[in-house]
Design a protein. Structure first.
Length: 255
């Protein structure tokens, strides 16, 4: 089997198959999903922040050839870009429906943001898998399995965000699968253009991190603050920490 075939098969494992495994959440009864959604959003918040600060940014800083300040400039630029994108989406919506505030605009923008960030993250995963295979086939296989292992809890969180944003189960599955295909695209492009791709990887990672941070802080956490009961707040804190811990364990022990 050729090296390119290995890369295609194992980027498929690291991307699409992990999404399909995580999609088992969608087969649960609707009433159970409704009750569990706030908990899933709390877990997603922790998973997004954990992925950004414990996986994406450390890799970006480690792999950056230049000044680390450039990485954080990319993160800052990403946050500003996502703010502008969201503001433009709100303006467009309000001009078409004559609304006055953000309260009438719920849903789609958050789902779009998570898909953009996930697509960038998956693309970089594909590049990393290809780089590992170009070094050694066994290393490539181990890397692909590790990517799949840490993608599953993250994808469950992504499904929670998409459903919370108003996506149907079928639409959430379709768009998550499409976003996961960037893993294969990244792997194939890296196989042919690795020398050129490696120089921009840290900045792609930084932008992906800024997307996850923005979604967690600007979209998810404000919704969690609407629930003020002590029991609910305690559960939120526990699940946010759980999301961070799961990403930390998956990343530190499997990568």
């Amino acid at each position: 089997m050729s090296l390119l075939t290995y890369i295609i098969l194992f980027t498929l494992l690291g991307g699409v198959l992990s999404v399909l495994f995580a999609s088992l959440f969608l087969v649960l009864p609707s009433d159970w999903r409704s009750r569990s959604m706030p908990h899933m959003v709390s877990f997603a918040t922790g998973a997004l922040l954990g992925t950004a600060f414990l996986a994406l940014l450390p890799h970006a800083l480690t792999d950056a050839a230049g000044d680390p300040h450039e990485i954080f400039m990319a993160v800052l630029a990403g946050l500003l870009i996502f703010f502008i994108m969201e503001k433009l989406a709100i303006w467009r919506h309000c001009h078409s429906t004559h609304c006055d505030t953000h309260t009438h605009y719920e849903g789609g923008h958050t789902g779009t943001m998570i898909l953009i960030g996930d697509g960038l993250h998956n693309f970089v995963d594909g590049v990393l898998i290809a780089a590992a295979f170009l070094t050694d086939v066994d290393l490539g296989i181990i890397t692909a399995v590790a990517v799949a292992a840490h993608e599953i809890p993250q994808e469950i969180g992504d499904f929670a965000v998409l459903l919370h944003s108003g996506f149907s189960r079928a639409r959430a599955l379709l768009f998550n699968v499409l976003a996961s295909l960037t893993t294969i695209v990244g792997g194939i492009l890296a196989y042919y253009l690795l020398a050129d791709m490696m120089s921009i990887i840290p900045y792609v990672l930084a932008i992906a991190a800024s997307s996850f941070i923005y979604i967690a802080v600007a979209d998810l956490i404000p919704g969690l603050h609407k629930e003020t009961r002590m029991s609910a707040t305690t559960a939120q804190i526990f699940l946010i920490v759980a999301g961070v811990v799961v990403i930390y364990i998956a990343h530190s022990h499997l990568h």
